[in-house]
Design a protein around this ligand. Structure first.
Ligand SMILES: NC(=O)c1ccc[n+]([C@@H]2O[C@H](COP(=O)([O-])OP(=O)(O)OC[C@H]3O[C@@H](n4cnc5c(N)ncnc54)[C@H](OP(=O)(O)O)[C@@H]3O)[C@@H](O)[C@H]2O)c1
Length: 298
């Protein structure tokens, strides 16, 4: 059985990988994150504290556990924070990948790296893996730089790009669009939602499955992983409201320009999933099925 080490195991994807490994036992797991373990179940896998900005600690932990593969989920993931703090974003999203690559190369460890639809400018979505990247934000730029590092390395690498991940986990450090919209509409708080950005939202469980498939199959190359339904952000929020029978009169559709966010967002992303479906056996849920899974976990 292969052993995998996850970085950022306290995050949404990190926790879903732990949950899947504990439920299915297909791989051995060493979960690592900054600080204490926030996943509620502590048995059935190893946990080690590992700050990806601390190269010595990263080396010590990897040398101790000698994993077959690393799934690198840790990152600065808030797009506006990345724009406002480019230096720290570069350290987390680019320099930390350099550290991991040098150790993976030395020890012949597969690196599965998480990237984003924000590597594209959003002019021509949905995108194939080989389409030209052209980020419109520093977050997207930092992920392009990290992808380039993998492509130039001698490591056995896979890049998994994903889109607008939703799900629920323990003690989350940040929310996601589905939980945010549901929470606000339940409290009858007015929300502004953009109607001129299109995405393919991804159930966190589907993304975790794709990451494990990439390790099991020792995948190499870029894979586009998202849900299969394409919608505007406003339609997404309406589907959430419909699913939980919430009053939509508090939902106000606006344009991206009027939102005035720090970082620019691509207009129309979305992925063509054929490669992941054919090569990895990836089989995503529909958005409605994803909401039903989430409801069962609340
Ligand atoms: N979520 C999305 O919509 C989305 C879309 C496209 C791509 N992605 C990519 O997918 C990956 C996983 O995303 P996610 O949704 O699971 O993100 P997340 O919930 O924000 O998790 C990221 C985790 O990284 C941890 N982290 C931050 N700095 C660290 C450090 N110095 N050392 C170790 N861990 C550190 C965070 O710890 P704390 O919890 O303690 O802050 C957090 O738990 C990321 O690479 C992201 O860029 C996500």
């Amino acid at each position: 059985m292969k052993s995998i080490l996850t970085t950022g195991s306290n995050g949404l994807l990190g926790q879903k990988i732990t949950e899947k490994v504990l439920a299915e036992g297909r791989v051995k797991l060493i979960a690592t994150s900054k600080g204490v373990n926030r996943y509620p179940v502590k048995a059935g896998y190893e946990y080690a504290e590992m700050d990806i900005l601390n190269p010595e600690q990263v080396r010590q932990v990897i040398e101790k556990y000698k994993p077959d593969a690393i799934i690198h989920t840790a990152a600065m993931t808030n797009v506006d924070t990345c724009e406002a703090n480019k230096e720290l974003c570069h350290q987390l999203n680019v320099d930390a990948v350099k550290t991991l690559l040098s150790i993976c190369e030395e020890k012949n460890i597969q690196l599965v790296h998480l990237s984003t639809d924000f590597v594209f400018d959003g002019a021509n979505g949905p995108y194939k893996e080989e389409d030209a990247v052209c980020p419109v934000s520093y977050y997207g730029e930092s992920k392009v730089l990290s992808e380039d590092l993998l492509k130039q390395s001698k490591v056995h690498w896979a890049i998994i790009r994903t889109i607008l991940v939703y799900g629920i986990s323990s003690d989350m450090s940040r929310s996601n669009i589905v939980l945010w919209a549901k929470g606000a509409l339940e409290k009858a708080s007015p929300i502004n939602v953009v109607n001129d950005q299109w995405r393919m939202p991804t159930l966190a469980e589907d993304l975790a499955e794709a990451c494990i498939l990439a390790v099991e199959q020792r995948a190499q190359g870029i894979y586009h992983i998202s849900g299969k339904d394409y919608m505007s952000i406003a339609d997404l929020v309406r589907k959430v409201a419909d699913y939980w029978s919430l009053d939509q009169s508090f939902l106000h559709e606006i344009s991206s320009a009027s939102l005035n966010q720090t970082a620019k967002r691509p207009i129309r992303t979305g992925f063509i999933l054929d490669k992941a479906i054919k090569d990895l056996g990836y089989n995503p849920h529909s958005f409605e099925e994803g909401l039903a899974i989430l409801k069962g976990q609340m």
